[in-house]
Write a protein that binds this ligand. Sequence first.
Ligand SMILES: Cc1cc2nc3c(=O)[nH]c(=O)nc-3n(C[C@H](O)[C@H](O)[C@H](O)COP(=O)(O)OP(=O)(O)OC[C@H]3O[C@@H](n4cnc5c(N)ncnc54)[C@H](O)[C@@H]3O)c2cc1C
Length: 418
Amino acid sequence: MVNAGFSSTASAWPTRPADVAIVGGGPVGWAFALASRHALGAEARIIVCDPQRPQAPADQAPLGARVYLVAEGHLRWLAASGVCLPSTRSAEVSRIEVLATDGRAQLMIDASDAAAERLGLTIEHDALTAAIASHARTLGVTQHAVRVEALTMLDGVRWVETADGALEAARLVVLADGRHGALAKRAGFERLERDYGQVGVVAHFRLGRRDGGAARQWFLPDGSILALLPLADPQAPQDGSPGNSCVSLVWSCATERGEALLALGPKALTEAVREVAGRAVGLAECISAPVAFPLTLARVADPVGERLLLAGDAAHAVHPLAGQGVNLGLADARVWQAVLAEARAVGCDAGHALLLSRHRRRRQGPVLAMQATIDGLWRLYNRAPAPLAELSGRAMRALSSLPAFRHRLAGAAVQIAV
Ligand SMILES: Cc1cc2nc3c(=O)[nH]c(=O)nc-3n(C[C@H](O)[C@H](O)[C@H](O)COP(=O)(O)OP(=O)(O)OC[C@H]3O[C@@H](n4cnc5c(N)ncnc54)[C@H](O)[C@@H]3O)c2cc1C
C-alpha cells in the first residue's frame, strides 16, 4: 500500500526528500512543525507522521483529562507564530501557591512580581495540540496518518518506514513520539528511565464560587503531592466574569493510593480532595471520571543522532509536580527555530550535524537543570526525614517573604529559560 506522500519502494521517490519529517503529532511534534516552517520558509517540505489526527474539542464538549499550565513566554511565542488558542477552553493563571495542610502559604508567586498580567494559561492537551496543528496546516505542513515502525539511514538521508513498508525520505527526522520512547530505543538511543512508583490521578471539579486564577499545590506528609489548577468551564455561559469556576486535580501519589482514589465515587473523591484543599478552595462537585497516569523520570544520554533529533517527552519526561512536561518540549521547539534560522543564513540543510550539535549545546544544560530541580524537590519530600522536609517548608516561607526572591521566581515562571 502507498500512503499519500509515501512511496512503497526506496527507488521511487515520492517527491524530493522532506526537509523535516516529524514523527509524533502531540503538542511538541506540531510545535516543531511550526518552528521549522517559520525558520525555513514556505518552500520547505515539512511533514508530521501520526496515526491520530488532532481534533479541536467542540465548543461545549466535556473537558479532556490532561490539562497543561503553559508558561506565558511560550504563549507569547505561540501568538507571535500565529496560533490562536480557544479562550472558551483556557483559564488564566495569575498566582502559584504552595500551601501547608493547615492552609498556611509556604510559597507564593504572583504575576505582579514579574510585572506581568499572568503567569500562564491552563489548556487541555487536545485544544492545545489542535490549535498548533491547525495553524501549521494553513502554512502548508502536511500530516500523514501513519504509524512509523523504523528509521534508517541510507544514501545520506533518513528513511521513515511504516508498518506496511511505505517509505518517506527526510533531511532531518524529529522524533517526538512521547514518553514510551519505543522508536528512540529501536534507533539505538541510550534511554535512562526511573519509575517513581507513583501515578498522577487527574479529575476536574466545579467550584461553589469563582476563584481568582490561583494554581495551588500541597506537599502532603505521605509523600503525595496534590495540585489544583484553574480550569475553564466550557459548559458555563461566557458572561465575561473574571476568574475560574472549575479546577483540575493532579494528585501524584503511590500507585496503590492512586488505585484507591480511582475506585472512589465522585462524592467520596470530592470529599478526599476537600480534606486537603477545603480551606483554600470551595469544591462543589467532581465533573469527570478520574484517570491515572504512571509517573517516570526519563532522559536520553544524547538527544542527537545522524539526521535525527529527539524532542519532548521522547527526550525528557519529568514528574508533573512542577507542570513542566509540555513546557520543556515547547522550549525545545523555540530553540530549534532559532538554530534553524541561523543555519539558513549559512546555507546548510535542516539535518546538518553542525545544527544538531548547536541545538544539543543549547538545550542539554537547561533540560538537565530542570530535571535535577524537579527530581531534587520530589526526593526532598519523599525521601528526606520529616524534620528536614519541615525545615524546607520554613525556609520556603522565609524566602517567599523576600520581594527579590519572588521577583526572580516569577520571572522564571513567566519566561521558562530557553
Ligand atoms: C498526569 C500527568 C499530568 C501532566 N500534567 C502536565 C502539566 O500540568 N503541564 C505540563 O506541561 N505537562 C504535563 N504533563 C506532561 C505532558 O503530558 C507531556 O509532557 C506532553 O504530552 C509531551 O508532549 P509530546 O508531544 O512530547 O508527547 P505526546 O503528547 O505523548 O505525543 C506523542 C505523539 O506521538 C504519537 N506516536 C507515538 N508513537 C508513534 C509512532 N510510532 N508513529 C507515529 N506517531 C507516533 C502519538 O500518537 C502521540 O500523538 C503531564 C503528564 C502526566 C502523565
